[in-house]
Structures are given as C-alpha cells and as structure tokens.
Write a protein that binds this ligand. Structure first.
Ligand code: SAH
Length: 394
C-alpha cells in the first residue's frame, strides 16, 4: 500500500476531519505514489487517518477523500459524492436557478473540483491532482444525472501551477457550449462567456447579494465599483434604481456589462460607465461632489494568500474610505472581500478604520456571504472565502 506517514503529533487536524495534509507534516512517503494516486495517510504510530490523492508538487501534499477505513477511493465513491452534491442543490433550490454551482470542492467531498451549471451546460474546473484523476467520472455523472448536455473544462486557474498541472480548456464530454449562455436571475439577464469569463464565466457566489441589492435599490443612486460584467448593476436596475454608475478597469468586462443591461431590457441611459482604475475614479467622483445612496464594493482578491494580507488590508481600507465618503448619510455600503485570508473580523476592522478616517459612523445591518450552492464544510472553514457587510452610513 502506498502510504504517507505523518510526523509525531501532526495528526490532530486530520482527526478533526480537516481534509488537507501539508507537506511540513509529512515524515515519509512509502511506495512511490504517482500524482493523483490514492494513498493511505497514517499517524506516526501507523494508525489510519484517511485516504486521499497524493500531490507531490503541492504544499497540500494530500487531499483526503475518505476518513473511513472501510471506504475505498474509487469511481463509485466519486460518483456517489457527485450524486450527493446534486441532491443537496435539489433540496436547497426547489426552484432551480439557471446558473448554479453543482460542486464546491471540499464541502462536497470532491477536493479541487468546481462545477458550475449555466443552463444546460456544465463548466468543470479542476484545481488539484485529486480532481484531475477523476474528471472523466465527474463529467460522465454530470451528463447522466446533472441535467447537462455538455461539459466544458476551464482548468486554467493559476492555482494549478502550484500543483504542477498545466492549463487545460475544452469540451470534456457532450455538446459544445455556445459563445455565450444566457441565464436569468429575477428581472436580469446575463450572457455568460464560459470560455473567456472569470472563474467559470460568472460570479454565481454573489447571487443572494445581488437579490439583496435589488431590494435596497428602488429610487436610489447606486455606485457599482469593480462591476465586471454588471452583475450588481443589473440587479440594481431590476430593483428600480434611479441610476447606476459602474466602474471597472476592464474594457471587455464593461462591454459585456452593457450587453447584459441591453439583454435585460433596461434603458441603456440608466447606467454611467466609467472605465478606469477604481482607486483613482473614487477620488475623482468625490472631488466632483458626486454622492450616492448605495455603494457596492466587490474588489478582486487583494490577498491571494496569507502573506499578502497586510498590503491587501491597505487596499481594502482605501476603497472603503472613498466609498464611505461618496455615500450620503443614511446610505448603504455593501462591502465584500473574496480573500480567504481576510476573515470577517478583519474586514470589519478594516471598514471601521476607514469610517474613522472618513470620518463617519456606521452600523452593520447584515453579514453577507456566498449563496447556499457554495456550502462550507463544518471542518473546513477556509472555504468561506466570500464575506461582506451591509453597512448604513451614519
Ligand atoms: N462585482 C462583480 C465581480 C467583480 S470581479 C460581479 O459580481 O460580477 C473584480 C473586477 O474588478 C474585475 O472585473 C476587474 O476587471 C476589476 N478590477 C480589478 N482591479 C481594478 C481596479 N484597480 N480598478 C477598477 N477595476 C478593477
């Protein structure tokens, strides 16, 4: 049996069912396992801890697929994990959204696997050797049971480099997706580019927060910062916003955002598009005396890892400071961070620091997070990467 033996005392997190074995915890690897091959992980005294996929190039040396000594890691296990993931979504979403995450990695017992469904097409993203090994089984299951006509792979996330895996994109199984797939969310329509868009094409994780913005937007002037393809912009218009100003540095993203506003049937003149650097544009808007009733801040991941937290905190603080200064009293800020290394307490303290400098008061009306199709395993809190707060400016 190919085995990974841990150092003395390094078995605690696995016993609490955290699914990652870090390279620093490994004392010895027996049997020369290949990347992605199933290994048994044992404590220093030889006690069984779990079975998982071996990844020699990654800091995360093993991702556990089963903590049960009686459960083998094979096609049947992977197929049943997919079935469970699909059944969970069916329970959580009695009305099935057009855009839905079907598999969310560790929380669905499929480490490194993400599957998003847009209409009749699934987009598969494999970010670890554990996922790589089982991609055909997953694709077959998606066609058989996931309501998908085709499975397209978007395994081009940067994290693959950390695993020593090359980028790979293309049809895995079934039909080829069209250049854009239209999905409907409330009164908004989004055209998703599964080949060129961020992640698998769209930010499905913000679905509930878009719906929340729609309920807050009626008759108000909304500023959507880091607008990408206009997810929040369209949600604000769907909610009856008096007008939206949308900022993004990407010309291509804003072109798609315009297209989404048109596809949804909203008046094109309702949106002011500002292409450029948000850090500069927020200052300019302020200098021009512009003010808003609602500001959405959904920046890119400023802290890709824990090392970047300090620099990221300064960037988060800066955009929050100018967002607060642009808000009218009684206005609402929706402030997000998708950096796993920035936890909710840190986000709150960053925004509190920004409010001190603004200066203004604020009260948190709600904590925001990803929608239920992005579940978090109880023993794997790292998965709660998206957090946000809804703040009323005093
Ligand atoms: N709110 C979006 C997702 C935002 S993704 C949604 O819900 O769909 C982050 C966006 O920030 C990207 O579109 C990227 O082009 C943009 N961006 C990154 N750095 C920027 C900067 N300095 N100024 C303006 N936009 C920036």
């Amino acid at each position: 049996m190919k085995r990974v033996v841990l150092k003395l005392g390094r078995d605690k997190s696995l016993r609490r069912r955290h699914p990652w074995v870090f390279s620093g915890a490994v004392a010895r690897v027996d049997g020369g396992p290949q990347p992605g091959e199933t290994v048994e992980v044992v404590a220093a005294d030889g006690a069984f801890l779990g079975r998982g996929a071996y990844s020699p190039r990654s800091q995360i040396r093993v991702r556990i697929l089963s903590f049960d000594p009686a459960v083998a890691v094979d096609e049947a296990l992977i197929a049943s994990r997919l079935q469970h993931a699909l059944a969970y979504r069916a329970r959580q979403f009695p009305v099935r959204p057009d855009g839905l995450r079907l598999v969310h990695g560790e929380a669905d017992g499929l480490p490194g696997v993400v599957v998003d469904r847009y209409g009749e097409f699934a987009v598969l993203q494999c970010t670890a050797t554990s996922a790589e090994r089982w991609r055909e089984v997953i694709a077959a299951g998606l066609i058989a049971h996931g309501g998908c006509r085709g499975v397209y792979e978007r395994s081009d996330a940067e994290v693959r480099e950390l695993e020593g895996l090359p980028a790979r994109c293309g049809v895995v199984r079934g039909a080829e997706p069209p250049p854009s797939i239209e999905i409907t969310e409330g009164a908004a329509r989004y055209r998703v580019d599964v080949r060129g868009g961020h992640k698998t094409g769209f930010y499905l994780d913000q679905r509930d927060n878009r719906a929340r913005l729609a309920t807050l937007a009626a008759g108000r002037e909304v500023l959507d910062v880091f607008a990408y393809t206009g997810g929040f912009t369209c949600a604000a218009l769907a909610g009856g916003a008096a007008g939206v100003t949308a900022i993004d540095s990407s010309h291509e993203a804003l072109a798609r955002a315009r297209d989404n506003v048109a596809a949804s049937g909203f008046a094109p003149g309702a949106v002011e598009w500002l292409e450029g650097d948000a850090f500069a544009l927020l200052r300019e808007l302020h200098a021009q005396g512009r003010r808003f009733d609602v500001v959405v801040l959904d920046p890119p991941k400023f802290a890709p890892t824990a090392k970047h937290v300090q620099r990221a905190a300064r960037a988060y603080k800066d955009v929050n400071l100018w967002a607060l200064r642009l808000l009218r009293e009684g206005g609402t800020l929706l402030s997000f961070s998708c950096s796993a290394a920035v936890d909710p307490a840190l986000l709150q303290s960053i925004v509190a620091g920004a409010a001190l400098d603004a200066p203004c008061a604020g009260r948190i009306g709600a904590w925001l997070h990803a929608a239920a199709d992005h579940p978090v395993a109880l023993n794997f809190p790292e998965a709660a990467y998206l957090k946000g707060l809804q703040l009323e400016r005093g």
